[in-house]
Design a protein around this ligand. Structure first.
Ligand SMILES: *[C@@H]1O[C@H](CO)[C@@H](O)[C@H](O)[C@H]1NC(C)=O
Ligand SMILES: *[C@@H]1O[C@H](CO)[C@@H](O)[C@H](O)[C@H]1NC(C)=O
Ligand SMILES: *[C@@H]1O[C@H](CO)[C@@H](O)[C@H](O)[C@H]1NC(C)=O
Ligand SMILES: *[C@@H]1O[C@H](CO)[C@@H](O)[C@H](O)[C@H]1NC(C)=O
Ligand SMILES: *[C@@H]1O[C@H](CO)[C@@H](O)[C@H](O)[C@H]1NC(C)=O
Ligand SMILES: *[C@@H]1O[C@H](CO)[C@@H](O)[C@H](O)[C@H]1NC(C)=O
Ligand SMILES: *[C@@H]1O[C@H](CO)[C@@H](O)[C@H](O)[C@H]1NC(C)=O
Ligand SMILES: *[C@@H]1O[C@H](CO)[C@@H](O)[C@H](O)[C@H]1NC(C)=O
Ligand SMILES: *[C@@H]1O[C@H](CO)[C@@H](O)[C@H](O)[C@H]1NC(C)=O
Ligand SMILES: *[C@@H]1O[C@H](CO)[C@@H](O)[C@H](O)[C@H]1NC(C)=O
Ligand SMILES: *[C@@H]1O[C@H](CO)[C@@H](O)[C@H](O)[C@H]1NC(C)=O
Ligand SMILES: *[C@@H]1O[C@H](CO)[C@@H](O)[C@H](O)[C@H]1NC(C)=O
Length: 458
């Protein structure tokens, strides 16, 4: 039987909205071009939270795939016990006013995810694809959440594991001319949102991957971006991997405003160049006006040893840090020590020849203020000795404001650093580690490239 899906034309919708919805934003979403309102039914209350609503959700997305407003109603809970895949959407608003719940049975979720692969574009709990998709959560902070119950997954991981097998990614959002507003994710199992496509504006995100027990929430990336012309504005992201990771094929990305923290790995470019046969390409990326609290990195570039490609015109500006281990970090010899399900591309992870580099050009770091984590550096992701984030760094003192490791003496070009006012918690002189950012290729580098005390030159 087809689930009760209210499919109503605009005229009737207007009445329906005034009577059934107090939230004005649903009404705002209905327009001449989106005249159908499809309210997803829920059996949550009638089943005392036991029934699976995903068949009804899937059916609604199938039936209302075009020119519609699909509504998860306010005050209503939905069990999403199976992945929802809607890849033929066109001009659809998804209003998440109620709360969505993933299954709490870890074994069951693992069995669903088993055999899927991020590199092959599968393994997401929600897959939305098509032009003009607007994901609209609730501006009311108490509702419109996606609850993934990741805490139990983090707690079940035992040292030296780096996360359970068969963890789903939460959402793939692949659109052109789309938006995402008030995306709210509570205790994600792992990765949150993969953005794909073009011209996407994301605003007012809240991601809460804070572990209440001290276990480590591995791979809880906020946004993984493989897209062009993207703005991500006013985010709150408390997680334990990249808050934002900009990947190959991304151009014109702005990440601006908000606070990231907890055990975050910050604002990252990469990792690039895992597949050694493929040319990585990233340009015109700007991270601006962000507060970073705790966390391992604030700004980070990571490309694989033996990768190839070009990253150019990348800026981090107006970054406030508090207790961050590595405020400014560049590595061109990255290796991801996680399991196969964390691998972005198909490239091999061991015994890679150092036969090329992802080159970096026109990188700017401007106006950093705050404190470097000297007293309790790093985070709970450390399961190797030496720790993955300390590998290859000579004489690390955790008073370093800047760490730049170029793979070759011509692989870093036109770097500029200015107004870097970050200080160790000891209030000692900040230091730098700087390898092969050659002076002739970096005329306005802004500091002396050597290992030792930070000496600004601008
Ligand atoms: C409803 O579920 C709650 C929590 O799962 C349980 O404690 C309660 O007994 C259930 N109520 C009924 C009527 O089954
Ligand atoms: C959890 O899921 C597994 C696999 O589907 C199943 O065998 C098991 O009975 C479930 N456990 C509970 C408590 O429902
Ligand atoms: C995944 O599937 C493989 C092959 O069917 C099986 O051997 C393995 O036990 C499964 N793992 C989990 C966690 O379900
Ligand atoms: C990785 O390999 C799989 C299987 O061969 C293929 O389907 C997928 O497209 C590849 N992914 C990338 C990113 O190259
Ligand atoms: C994203 O959507 C476009 C257009 O619908 C499609 O061609 C492309 O394959 C999708 N990308 C992925 C990774 O699914
Ligand atoms: C926010 O949602 C809660 C229910 O989750 C409701 O009780 C409260 O009135 C809402 N607040 C506003 C300002 O709408
Ligand atoms: C980007 O998408 C918005 C709708 O979200 C649209 O109004 C705008 O015209 C698009 N911009 C471009 C350059 O395509
Ligand atoms: C995106 O919006 C632009 C500007 O309105 C329009 O030219 C373009 O066709 C739209 N693209 C899609 C895929 O809707
Ligand atoms: C480097 O070596 C790898 C593995 O042999 C190969 O796939 C890649 O094409 C080589 N890169 C260059 C730039 O020659
Ligand atoms: C560099 O990127 C910024 C966006 O971050 C863009 O406005 C600017 O035009 C780009 N500069 C060049 C030379 O392409
Ligand atoms: C600094 O961050 C570390 C790692 O997250 C944490 O253990 C420590 O409590 C923080 N210290 C302060 C003073 O906030
Ligand atoms: C890179 O920097 C150089 C020197 O400042 C400048 O001439 C060039 O236009 C810049 N290129 C890009 C792509 O930003």
């Amino acid at each position: 039987m087809f689930p009760k899906c209210l499919t109503v034309p605009l005229l009737f919708a207007a009445t329906l909205i005034s009577s059934a919805f107090s939230t004005r934003s649903i009404g705002d979403l209905v327009s001449q071009s989106r005249s159908y309102v499809c309210v997803i039914p829920s059996s949550y209350a009638s089943s005392n939270g036991t029934a699976d609503d995903s068949p009804a959700i899937q059916a609604t997305f199938t039936k209302c795939a075009q020119d519609s407003v699909i509504v998860f109603s306010e005050g209503v809970d939905y069990n999403v016990f199976s992945p929802v895949t809607a890849t033929n959407l066109s001009n659809v608003a998804i209003a998440v006013q109620g709360n969505l719940h993933l299954p709490q049975n870890i074994t069951y979720v693992q069995s669903v995810v088993n055999g899927t692969s991020y590199a092959a574009g599968t393994g997401y709990w929600f897959t939305f694809s098509g032009p003009q998709i607007d994901f609209v959560g609730s501006d009311n902070v108490t509702t419109g959440w996606i609850y993934s119950y990741g805490q139990a997954w983090w707690d079940a991981n035992t040292y030296p594991g780096t996360g359970l097998d068969n963890r789903p990614h939460l959402m793939s959002f692949n659109t052109t001319n789309g938006t995402m507003q008030y995306f709210k994710s509570s205790k994600p199992i792992g990765w949150n949102v993969q953005l794909l496509g073009s011209n996407i504006t994301v605003t007012d995100t809240i991601i809460d991957a804070y572990s209440t027990t001290g276990s480590f929430p591995f791979n809880t990336d906020g946004f993984d971006v493989t897209a062009t012309d993207v703005k991500i504005l006013n985010s709150i992201i408390y997680n334990a991997d990249d808050a934002v990771a900009v990947q190959s094929g991304s151009h014109n990305i702005l990440f601006q405003g908000g606070t990231i923290g907890y055990q975050t790995h910050g604002m990252s470019i990469g990792s690039l160049g895992q597949n050694q046969a493929s040319f990585a390409n990233v340009s015109n990326i700007h991270f601006d006006d962000i507060t970073v609290v705790n966390g391992v990195y604030a700004s980070r570039f990571k490309s694989w040893i033996g990768g190839q490609g070009l990253a150019q015109n990348i800026t981090w500006s107006n970054i406030r840090i508090y207790n961050v281990t590595f405020p400014i970090f560049v590595t061109q010899t990255y290796i991801n020590q996680g399991g196969s399900q964390t691998q972005l591309e198909n490239g091999t992870v061991t015994d890679r020849p150092n036969n090329s580099t992802v080159n970096m050009q026109n990188f700017t770091w401007a106006n950093f203020t705050g404190t470097i984590n000297t007293f309790q550096p790093g985070d709970g992701s450390c399961v190797t000795d030496p720790c993955w984030y300390n590998v290859g760094l000579p004489n690390l003192t955790h008073t370093e404001a800047i760490i730049i490791e170029c793979n070759a003496n011509n692989s870093c070009q036109d770097f500029q650093l200015s107004d870097i006012n970050v200080f160790p918690q000891t209030m000692a002189q900040p230091r730098v580690i700087c390898i092969d950012a050659e002076a002739e290729l970096n005329l306005d580098l802004g500091f002396v490239c050597a290992n030792g005390t930070y000496v600004p030159t601008l």
